[in-house]
Design a protein around this ligand. Structure first.
Ligand code: OGA
Ligand code: MN
Length: 303
């Protein structure tokens, strides 16, 4: 028996979870109910959870191994490397480097060989209006493609590139250098099978540069189509934050985007914990790969 109540918030994804205090360890029955809801609704909203950083880590760790953010080792909580601060509040008098985190459609850590299994984001301060986050259901994206396109993308691999994070070039130059070094372009399958639900999904993102063996020119129209399709309004849940909302998403089956739809002079301060996902993909030599399908190499071959 447990008192967990799950209420769907939208058709594509999203459910609120009440009747549970996340400061305490979940009982087996609660963990089971929440996990089941997570797989069904992909994005869970737990309102009124005033957690400390340690409590956020403890809550998240009940669903897997918590990440230490070593691939992007900035703006971690000073005492808890597992907690990333997604915030527009200045740090040491300088603008925060995470003030524009997540401004294009993405899943967390796909520029690594262990894209996150899930992430939990806790809202500590928010602007009067806006600062919403949207989530898109990648099962729906896959299921609604025509058989011809599904067949075409079935064996495709996408090159995920950290430099395509929106606003990346405006970050601190030393950090840019370090983030590139730690995260060389990596290829992941475009169609993945979710390890828990066994369902196929469209693993695309606006942080993909091209498909393996295809030039950027060839890839771009297909990428544009797949990203537009995956983020169709029908597949999207939009969350309007309240302070102390904890939102946990299935990072393997959704994309998300943080909207800049708010007055930037007001604080928006979030704490994030991510779960390590399974190993996937391989580091790719972009120069070699790009020369294969490029227009230049085709012209060189005929001349
Ligand atoms: C993230 C992210 C969304 C937001 O923390 O991974 O994309 O709304 N943030 O802050
Ligand atoms: Mn994110």
């Amino acid at each position: 028996m447990n008192n967990v109540k799950i209420n769907p918030l939208a058709y594509a994804a999203g459910a609120s979870v009440t009747g549970v205090d996340l400061r305490k360890p979940l009982t087996n029955a609660e963990l089971e109910a929440v996990t089941k809801a997570w797989h069904n609704h992909l994005v869970l909203v737990f309102p009124e959870q005033n957690l400390t950083p340690q409590e956020l880590i403890d809550f998240t760790s009940q669903f897997g191994q918590v990440e230490r953010n070593d691939n992007v080792p900035y703006y971690r909580h000073p005492e808890f490397p597992e907690v990333l601060l997604v915030s527009n509040k200045p740090v040491d008098g300088k603008p925060s480097q995470t003030r524009n985190t997540g401004r294009n459609w993405h899943a967390d850590l796909t520029y690594t060989d262990r894209p996150a299994k899930g992430s939990a984001l806790l809202c500590k301060e928010k602007p009067n209006v806006g600062g919403d986050t949207m989530f898109a259901n990648l099962y729906m994206a896959y299921d609604t493609l025509s058989p011809v396109i599904r067949n075409f993308i079935d064996t495709l691999e996408a090159v995920h590139d950290i430099t395509l994070i929106k606003g990346f070039s405006r970050r601190d130059p030393a950090q840019i250098e370090e983030m590139r070094r730690l995260n060389p372009p990596i290829a992941h399958p475009v169609v993945r099978i979710h390890p828990e639900t066994d369902k196929k999904l469209l693993f695309i993102s606006e942080r993909v540069r091209n498909f393996v063996g295809m030039s950027e020119e060839e890839s771009q129209p297909i990428l544009d189509f797949l990203n537009r399709h995956a983020t169709s309004p029908e597949f999207v849940f939009r969350h309007r934050w309240s302070v102390n909302d904890l939102v946990m998403w299935d990072n393997r089956a959704t994309l998300h985007v943080a909207l800049a739809d708010f007055d930037q002079s007001q604080s928006r301060h979030m704490m994030r914990c991510s779960l390590l996902g399974e190993r996937s993909g391989y580091v790719i030599n972009v120069d070699e790969d790009q020369s294969a399908g490029s227009l230049k190499s085709a012209l060189a071959a005929v001349s």
